[in-house]
Ligand binder design. Structure first.
Ligand SMILES: [Zn+2]
Length: 251
């Protein structure tokens, strides 16, 4: 299991909660002893253009720091996806998050859609034809859904059960979709944790979800699976939550 991380993700590039100081460090601390860390290269403008319009890219470029870190985050997701395709499960410990970034707009602390850019690149390289996106963040990933709206190849699932059990049931049902997929990409947001904004899931639930993703990938797509960080704002529990998910995903 590889963790994709760059020290620049610790930079405070805006004043939103995803960019808050001290958010990444506890996750690095929780993971660095057990997992191998790899540094990504920034995504190229060509990578961005497979998902985003030129005017959106120009809009983000107007803030050079956000653009630089945003390209690095997308590059981190790409590296996680490429490793996963090669049979090595991986997790992109990246920010800014991406699931609220649509082709021509963005909001919710997102700029570029890291997961969508990765899937489009793997498709462009003719490595995959289809993908399943499981988004367990508290918030609906409208950017990812918009990017793949009407696509038969990419299935986007955002479980919304309001009890712990119904939420987990929905996660399982999503992974049992009849649609075929060549890789599983997880938008891993930890803001649904009982001590975060959503107040629902326990730390061990992320281990369970990680295991289910791993099992589904072994059954359906040669074990190809990766995750990328989306939300999660309580710095005191993020480390153990992300570790729990990655352990399940990797075991
Ligand atoms: Zn969220």
């Amino acid at each position: 299991m590889k963790v994709i991380f760059h020290p620049r993700f610790c930079e405070v590039y805006t004043s939103d909660p995803a960019a808050a100081p001290g958010r990444m460090e506890p996750m690095v601390k929780a993971l660095e002893k057990e997992f191998e860390f790899i540094e990504p290269e920034p995504a190229s403008e060509r990578d961005l253009e497979r998902v985003h319009g030129k005017s959106h890219i120009q809009y983000v470029k107007a803030d050079p720091l956000v653009y630089e870190i945003g390209c690095l985050a997308a590059g981190g997701a790409i590296l996680a996806g490429e490793l996963a395709f090669d049979g090595q499960p991986a997790f992109g410990l990246i920010r800014p998050p991406g699931h609220h970034a649509s082709p021509h707009s963005c909001w919710g602390f997102c700029y570029f859609n890291n997961i969508a850019i990765t899937i489009k690149r793997l498709m462009n390289e003719e490595k995959i034809k289809s993908a399943l996106v499981l988004d367990f963040d508290l918030h609906y990933g409208d950017g990812t859904a918009n990017t793949f709206n009407g696509s038969k190849e990419v299935s986007y699932f955002h479980p919304e059960g309001t009890s712990q059990q119904s939420f987990l049931n929905e996660v399982q049902t999503s992974l049992q979709t009849e649609n075929s997929f060549d890789i599983i990409a997880v938008s891993a947001g930890f803001d649904r944790h009982e001590e975060d904004w959503g107040g629902l899931l326990k730390t061990e639930d992320y281990l369970t979800i990680g295991r289910w993703v791993k099992e589904a990938s072994l059954e359906r797509c040669l074990g190809r699976r990766f995750g990328v960080l989306e939300g999660g704002y309580n710095h005191s529990v993020l480390g153990r939550n992300v570790k729990s998910f990655i352990q399940g995903l990797s075991e």
